[in-house]
Design a protein around this ligand. Structure first.
Ligand code: SAJ
Length: 415
């Protein structure tokens, strides 16, 4: 049975480590952050994914998963560390470099090294390979090297890890075959193979595809507003066409993937990435666009209180990374409005939350729904009407029943 060493026990590394361990493989999960390891041992993983804590607890109890702050000898090394964006929009490879360096002394002949982290095209070959070869072993000759980018959707990580189709890149055919054999332990989707660089690029273009399409929807939303039309109705009807699939406009694109990955393409081919760059700019403009709608809606109201509902970057998750809510709140505060914020899931956020929806709505002049959590979709307009001072609802997600809110006397405004 293969021994696996997973470097990085975050949003991707921990689910993978737990899955392999659940399927009977011996896994050492490595993280340099002692607090993270402590939380995992206590059953509180960083990523609050459905069923992840239960699976991890069972994997730890079975003894197939152990945690450590340094690597160990293994048959397979999987690097799943964060790759954030630097200020100049390049990819910060510090964690990938550190993780690669940390396994050099443990690397043996016939080992397989897999990079899971999202990286710019060329990284596995140009950055990771030379570090690993400091061991005296050669990639493709003495050990196998592959890139397996993740496609999983936060909120559905465990399900998608198993069910999604995958594209793996190998430094050679044998590296791909070895990787495919390993992941077939739990992956039920079809597994395709290509070279390292193409696999790296594919991951980036998937997220750029979505970013560009969301930007298109956001641009249409602005046009509809100017020309006094309903964007949601327009998109719904356009999508009846069998080959049209316009995405949803919204308050902006958050998260740690779609708002970041397109920059890694731009950074590699700046002059040629005009559409990708513009899409990023359009999506980044949405929080201030939302605030301009708020300003217009509350014109004439003295000393208004604005209720921001939702701090997570999307529905039903606790993750506020790059959430448009943050910038919307910052801008509103800069304009000296009283701002109340509420999110039922998010735990760490710069601004204090109201204890519940009622407290968030009390004496409000304008409610903005930023995140379409179910609890906000299901809010009662009659109850809200009794709590607020002025009846204005800005629903940036089109997630409430506008006729019901209007019946309760609200001005229902979308983006
Ligand atoms: N959003 C819109 N309009 C839409 C769809 C999304 O404004 O029509 C916004 C969301 O509200 C959110 C952001 O975009 O703020 C991103 O949300 P998402 O659910 O589209 O994507 P992520 O970032 O949670 O996960 C993405 C996924 N990529 C694709 O769908 C191409 C996932 O499959 C990737 O694994 C993940 O990025 C990643 O790790 O790269």
């Amino acid at each position: 049975m293969k021994k696996i060493c997973v470097l990085g026990l975050g949003y991707i590394g921990l689910p993978i480590a737990s899955l392999f361990a659940t399927y009977g493989l011996k896994v050492t999960g490595v993280d340099i952050d002692k607090e993270n390891i402590e939380s995992i041992r206590k059953g509180k993983a960083l990523a609050s994914e459905p069923d992840l804590n239960i699976m991890t607890a069972a994997a730890l109890k079975s003894g197939n998963l152990i945690t450590s702050n340094k690597p160990t000898e293994a048959d397979v090394f999987i690097i799943a560390v964060p790759t954030p964006k630097c200020n100049d929009n390049s990819c910060d490879l510090a964690s990938v470099i550190h993780a690669s360096e940390s396994i050099v002394t443990y690397l043996n002949r016939d080992n397989l090294v897999i990079l899971e982290s999202t990286v710019p095209p060329g990284t596995t070959e140009e950055v990771v390979k030379p570090i690993l070869e400091k061991s005296g072993l050669h990639a493709g000759k003495d050990f196998y090297l592959a890139h397996c980018p993740e496609k999983v959707l936060p909120g559905k990580i465990l399900f998608e890890l198993v069910q999604n189709e995958r594209v793996f890149g190998g430094i050679d055919k044998k590296s791909f075959e070895e990787t495919k054999k390993l992941y077939s332990t739990f992956v039920k989707g079809k597994i395709y193979g290509t070279n390292l660089k193409t696999a790296e690029f594919i991951k980036l273009i998937e997220n750029s595809y979505r970013d560009v399409n969301i930007a298109f929807a956001n641009e249409l939303a602005k046009i509809c507003r100017k020309l006094d039309m309903d964007i949601w109705e327009s998109i719904w009807f356009a999508n009846r066409h069998p080959r049209v699939n316009i995405h949803n406009p919204g308050p902006g694109v958050g998260g740690h993937c779609i708002a970041i990955d397109p920059w890694f393409i731009v950074n590699k081919a700046h002059e040629l990435s005009k559409l990708i760059t513009l899409a990023r700019k359009i999506n980044d403009s949405m929080p201030s666009y939302v605030v301009s709608i708020v300003s217009e809606a509350i014109k004439g109201i003295e000393n208004p209180t604005i209720s921001v509902l939702g701090a997570a970057y999307k529905a039903e998750i606790e993750d506020p990374r790059n959430s448009p809510a943050r910038e919307i709140i910052n801008l509103l505060k800069k304009m000296n409005f009283n701002v109340k914020v509420y999110d039922p899931y998010v735990k760490n956020f710069e601004y204090a939350f109201e204890p519940n929806i009622d407290a968030a709505l009390k004496d409000s002049s304008c409610i903005i729904i930023v995140t379409d959590h179910n609890i906000f979709k299901e809010m009662s307009p009659e109850r809200a009407a009794r709590l607020v001072k002025d009846k204005i609802l800005i629903d940036t997600r089109n997630c409430t029943d506008r006729e019901n809110w209007k019946k309760s006397g609200f001005r229902w405004i979308s983006i």
